[in-house]
Write a protein that binds this ligand. Structure first.
Ligand code: NAP
Ligand code: MG
Length: 488
């Protein structure tokens, strides 16, 4: 069978070698659009394998630091070119492994290339500032230094972009890396690491290890040779990362969930608001931390907005992401599918009104995958689970607000604060929104899920801890400042 021919076993990458785990056991990665298809096998690594990877990164620290920022940047340009050459194949693997549609997977891989080039360019940019000293005979300046070994733990929803936006700045600023990807997307991750491997990095600079989060992920967090950890994923795991890192005084950075609101005011262009809500809520099957999940509409236009929203949602085609004409793929895994269904049931039980979708798709062309319909609830109140908890699925909760103040209060009534949008043509309203909204990404007349690689990315409240990712902001996390004073 064709699907079986594609199966392959992927190994860990340690000290520039692809090696199998001491466990001699593997984990299979399944296609959520067709659970009978195995995308590949990855290593079920042991804590000894993990230790080997961290030791390799530790040993490589000095040489990599001494190579210099410009030379490190040059290597990242090579990685970018290799990723670009393999874009089609990596994007297809991503679609097979976690379900997002092929155009989205290609877009994400192209984003990965652009991020690599951005940080490659950092190789030639400044790594400090000269500061006037009060002593006229002295020279005082700052110099950015690498931290050492950085642990990188990533989720499955952006299996190319998230690892790259962590690994590329870590490397260019002179750190070595131990990368543990999400098991659900570990084959895609292995292919990304292969691009680094082919670019000819010195031994031990990037190390890749797959396996259970609670075993090797946990061990990575606790490893005494780790100098920093960057994590994107759930709050529960994030809390463990924070505790462990704080107890040892190492730097940590956490990107966690969102419950991102979109406010639609009566003066908004309703067509573009509907388009942005659909894209923000349902692209990637709602599995983005910046996905729109709460839509707060001013009363006067509530019915008109709702009607248009339903009309446009009806046009969404759900199916395998590799098929042309499919707009929304499956949930990324069985557990994700079950979570979404659980929240839909809870929404109904808690008294919200289901006005669109809310069904698992289990027959015909959908029988082999983890499909759900796009789903819309109304009459949602702030204390309901679907108003508070991150679903990570294609589910919208609609709210009505009488004015901007009520809308912003509703928008802020969550522990999260990643992204937030408003649709309005009123300058006063948008200025008020910019000031009052509790979110790290503030979007005006634009969907909540847009991100640009050259700008800081991260949230307020429970969404993020530590300095921002991406753009220049990444430098804050991946370097430490030395203030140098030289007396002539
Ligand atoms: P998760 O369970 O926290 O997993 C994230 C990563 O942590 C995976 O690599 C996982 O490995 C690993 N892990 C699991 N348990 C661990 C432990 N005890 N110690 C160390 N590492 C551990 O999250 P997920 O379910 O994969 O991802 C979905 C969540 O990520 C959502 O809640 C979403 O909001 C969040 N997310 C946030 C952002 C953001 O930028 N803010 C972006 C994307 C996703 P295994 O895969 O092997 O379990
Ligand atoms: Mg999978």
């Amino acid at each position: 069978m064709q699907t079986e021919m594609k199966e392959k076993t992927y190994r860990n990458f340690i000290n520039n070698q692809w090696i199998g785990s001491a466990s001699e056991e593997t984990i299979k990665s399944l296609n959520p659009a067709n659970k009978e298809e195995i995308v590949g096998y990855v290593q079920s690594s042991t804590v000894e394998d993990l230790d080997h990877a961290v030791q390799a990164a530790h040993k490589a620290k000095k040489l990599w630091r001494k190579l210099g920022q410009a030379a490190r940047g040059q290597i990242l340009y090579k990685v970018a070119n290799i990723l670009e050459e393999n874009l089609e194949e990596i994007a297809e693997t991503m679609t097979r492994e976690m379900g997002k549609t092929l155009p989205e997977a290609k877009g994400e891989t192209a984003r990965g290339v652009a991020i690599l080039r951005y940080y490659a360019g950092e190789g030639m940019r400044k790594d400090g500032d000269v500061i006037p000293s009060s002593d006229k005979d002295a020279l005082m300046f700052t110099k950015r230094s690498p931290l050492g070994v950085v642990g990188v733990i990533t989720p499955w929803n952006f299996p190319v972009a998230i690892p790259i936006w962590k690994i590329a700045p870590a490397l260019v600023y002179g750190n070595t890396v131990v990368f543990k990807p999400a098991t659900e997307a570990a084959v895609t991750a292995a292919k990304v690491v292969d691009c680094f491997a082919k670019a000819g990095l010195p031994e031990g600079v990037i190390n890749f290890i797959t396996g259970s989060g609670s075993v090797i992920g946990q061990k990575l967090i606790e490893h005494p040779l780790l100098n920093a950890i960057t994590f994107t994923g759930s709050e529960t795991v994030g809390e463990g990362v924070a505790k462990s890192a704080a107890s040892r005084g190492i730097k940590f950075q956490l990107e966690m969930g969102g419950k991102n609101p979109v406010i639609v005011m009566k003066d908004a262009n309703l067509d573009s608001a509907v388009e942005a809500v659909i894209s923000g809520a349902f692209r990637s099957t709602g599995q983005k931390c910046t996905a729109s999940s709460r839509v707060i509409v001013e009363s006067e236009v509530y019915e008109a907005f709702k009607e248009k929203l339903i009309q446009e949602t009806e046009k969404i085609t759900v199916g395998p992401g590799l098929e042309e004409g499919i707009w929304m793929g499956p949930c990324a895994s069985e557990s994700q599918f079950r979570t979404v269904i659980k929240y839909i049931e809870q929404g109904k039980e808690e008294g919200a009104t289901l006005i669109y979708g809310g069904e698992p798709l289990t027959s015909g062309e959908h029988a082999k995958g983890y499909y759900v319909t796009p789903t819309i609830f109304e009459n949602v109140t702030p204390e309901m689970s679907i108003a508070q908890e991150e679903i990570f699925g294609p589910v919208i909760a609609l709210f009505k607000a009488t004015d901007l103040e009520e809308a912003i209060n509703l928008a802020n009534e969550t522990k999260y604060g990643l992204s937030a949008s408003i649709f309005t043509t009123n300058i006063g309203s948008l200025l008020e929104f910019i000031d009052e909204i509790e979110a790290g990404l503030v979007r005006i007349n634009a969907e909540s899920a847009g991100v640009e690689l050259q700008a800081p990315f991260g949230g307020m409240k429970a969404s993020s801890t530590g300095s921002r990712e991406q753009g220049e902001a990444a430098k804050e996390f991946y370097t430490s400042i030395k203030t140098v004073f030289i007396k002539g």
